[in-house]
Each structure stands twice: as C-alpha cells, then as structure tokens.
Ligand binder design. Structure first.
Ligand SMILES: C[S@@+](CC[C@H](N)C(=O)[O-])C[C@H]1O[C@@H](n2cnc3c(N)ncnc32)[C@H](O)[C@@H]1O
Length: 255
C-alpha cells in the first residue's frame, strides 16, 4: 500500500490537523451507513460485544456502533477531537491513544473499526497492535466515505476541491495486504448520502486535511472556485441537495 503523501513532514502535519477544527468536523463531516458497520459485525465469528473505534475523531462512527448495540471504546490521539467526542457521547469510554500503541489490554475486543483514518497510520505497528487487542475470530474493518464520482457533477466538484486521499480506495488504486495473523481482506461498497447546501458542503470540504494545512490564499482560491461551481450547477445551486457518497469497506478476521 502506498502512502497518501510522499512527504513525511506534510503527512504528519495533515494527520494531526483535525483538532483545531474539531467542532466544524463534528458538524459537517458525514456519518457512516449503518449497513456498512453491520457488515463488519457480521464478520465476527462469535456474537460481537466489545468494539474499538480507533482514530475515533469526534465520534461519527462511534455513534453508529452505539446505535447497533456495541459496547464501544473510542481511542483518538488528538485532545481537541476527543473532547468533542466526549461532549457528544458522554457515556462512551474515550481514551487518548494512537493506533501504533493502543491503550487496551490483549484480546479484549471483538471488532476494531477505523473510519477515514487508516491512511494516517504506520501500518506495520498499527496492525500488530490491532492483532494484539482483538479476540480470535474478531474483525478489523477500515472504511472510507468518499464522493461518488460516477455522478458527473460530483466528479467535477471533486476535481475542483481535490477531495482527499480516500478516493484512491474507491478506484482500486490502493489495496490492503493481509496483515500477519489475519485472513485476507474482503471488500464491500455501500451507497450513502449527505444532505447539504452550498455553504454546508463548503464547510465540509474545509475540514479536509489538505485544506486545513494549505496556505490561506490557496485555501480561499479552492473554496471560491468550489462555490462558483456549486452555484452554477442546477443540481446544487437551488437550496438543499443530497451529496452522493460511496462507503468503501474492508474487513479481515483475526485468526
Ligand atoms: C479524518 S479523521 C476521522 C475521524 C473519525 N474516525 C471519523 O470517521 O469521523 C482522522 C482521525 O485520525 C486520527 N489519527 C491520525 N493519526 C493517527 C494515529 N496514528 N493513530 C490513531 N489516530 C490517528 C486524527 O487525529 C483524526 O481524528
């Protein structure tokens, strides 16, 4: 698997860029289709009880797991993101920590979910840690929401905002090798959508890491071009609309 950026300093700045805009992230990023989370849980060899939301951010995925009846621990390295998660989901156990050093005991969870974040991990130590905390027969499930570029206007908009690293997973450009101790990854796709307006879609885009770390002039230029496009597009220029999304999901069972 290749890294989303080849500059380690930029990669690290982007990985830790989210916390300063944690409230905007919580308000404007999409959640995940329940069917996608349920598919992961169905992959567990025994009834799944304990889940880990790794790189939980503000709890978008945590919330979905709670609604599916999973007892979730959320782990997240950014204090700003974790504070937002705790504010929104006060009953969830929320721990500061990172994928390469998970603050949980050995063989303590049935499922590890990773929403929109695996590309930030150092994969070898992260998968060793995930293997350590998973019970045999448990699953690891990385997943990404991304723009559904089979819809022409979404493809055009996506090209203007250069919408992030996740697109590569949808195109099959990136694949996941089988980590030690796991069965090979299976892959699935789910349709999803987010109700947006011009302003709220631009607010979503502004929480993407490449814009969070961009020079202000470059950021303003991209957002202005995106606004002009959305206002001129009949599908988006007249009030609320659905942004078509696809959720690409991988799951692998711990042996
Ligand atoms: C795009 S956000 C996704 C947050 C949440 N999972 C969601 O779906 O909304 C990426 C998250 O990964 C976290 N992150 C970055 N590097 C990490 C690492 N090495 N270990 C764990 N989390 C990491 C960031 O702090 C950020 O909260």
């Amino acid at each position: 698997m290749t890294e989303p950026t080849h500059d380690p300093e930029l990669h690290s700045r982007r990985a830790s860029s989210f916390g300063e805009e944690a409230a905007a992230y919580a308000e404007h990023r999409p959640d995940y289709p329940r069917a996608a989370l349920a598919w992961g849980l169905e992959g567990v060899a025994h009834p799944a009880k304990d889940g880990l939301d790794l790189a939980a951010g503000t709890g978008k995925l945590t919330q979905g797991l709670v609604e599916l009846g999973v007892s979730v621990t959320a782990v997240e390295p950014d204090p700003g993101m974790l504070a937002e998660l705790t504010r929104l989901l006060p009953d969830v156990t929320a721990l500061l920590g990172k994928a390469e050093e998970i603050p949980l005991p050995d063989v303590s969870v049935d499922a590890v979910f990773i929403g929109q974040a695996l590309h930030w991990f150092d994969l070898e130590p992260a998968f060793a840690e995930i293997a350590r905390v998973l019970r045999p027969g448990g699953i690891v499930q990385p997943l990404w929401n991304h723009d559904d570029v089979s819809v022409p206007w979404v493809a055009e908009f996506s090209a203007i905002v250069r919408s992030g690293v996740s697109q590569a997973w949808a195109s099959g450009e990136r694949t996941l090798d089988t980590p030690p101790g796991f069965a090979p990854f299976e892959e699935n796709r789910f349709h999803h959508a987010q109700r947006r307006t011009v302003d709220s879609l631009l607010a979503t885009v502004a929480t993407h890491s490449h814009l969070l770390v961009a020079e202000p002039a470059e950021r303003d230029r991209i957002l202005a071009a995106a606004r002009a496009y959305l206002l001129s597009n009949p599908a988006t220029g007249n009030g609320e609309f659905d942004l078509p999304l696809l959720t690409t999901v991988f799951r692998a069972r711990r042996l």
